[in-house]
Design a protein around this ligand. Sequence first.
Ligand code: SIN
Length: 315
Amino acid sequence: MSAAAVQDIQSIQVTPLSAHIGAEIHGVDLTQKLDARQIAEIRAALLKWRVVFFREQFLTHEQHVAFSAQFGELTLGHPVFGHVDGYPEVYSISKYRKATRFEGQTLQRPWTGWHTDVTAALNPPWASILRGVTIPPYGGDTQWTNLVAAYQKLSAPLRGFVDGLRGLHRFTPPAGASGTEAFNKAVEQRTLVTEHPLVRVHPETGERALYVSPSFLKSIVGVSPRESQVLLELLWEHVTRPEFTVRFKWEAGSVAFWDNRATAHLAPTDIFDLEFDRQLYRTTLVGDVPVGPDGTQSVALEGSPVSAAAAVALN
Ligand code: SIN
């Protein structure tokens, strides 16, 4: 690794992976409690690079939860699909995405396209922390895109136009995906629909992000259906342009930590053309309600906000 490619920000080493997004962090052991300086440095790297990656961190579920809790309050594994038995904060992401609901029932859920986690909720998780356990020898990469860079690269007139728009986010399977009966029932029982600003002001950096979560953003409010469709296609194509993205090759022990206020990501589908298994686990951190450039907040139309796992466990 060349010295120029490595930026030393105090105790950890941060190695950028592309112009706009993604950096690997070395020099920290995530199985141990971090000190205040390490936490501040990881947070700073996350705000700058939007998604940070760690290698060779062989965390147990308990260690995954403990690491995550140093950065915020954890949500339940998934508001619709539940969590790993005995670990309310941990959501299993397996090849066939079996999900265990709170009642212990198992269901099969379809794969999602480009999305930001749980944007159908009023307060989508601000961060997600995904760890790789069983990883195919090839295939199964995940991609992230930088929604702040995407916003900044729109022309000034288009930025001014999208600044005033709002979008409807709904939790439904992506077009063409067929859920099992149990999946459809789970989605019906936990309907989530929220109107978010199309441009979100990042609560920590003040940057504007094109808050476009292709799988969940269904329409633009206040325009005709045709206008909405054409605009969404333009914006989806724009936010997923390769120059705003990074592609991560997983290994067992890899951890990805991303900022959902500034990114969307794409789970792989090439693994279905391969016989290999793939198993990852995810935690998410309770987020705030998005705010647009004019100060207007998101509004929930159906469903309740994402709560902290601790609060749900108390009920
Ligand atoms: C996710 O969408 O959070 C999971 C991404 C992946 O499976 O690579």
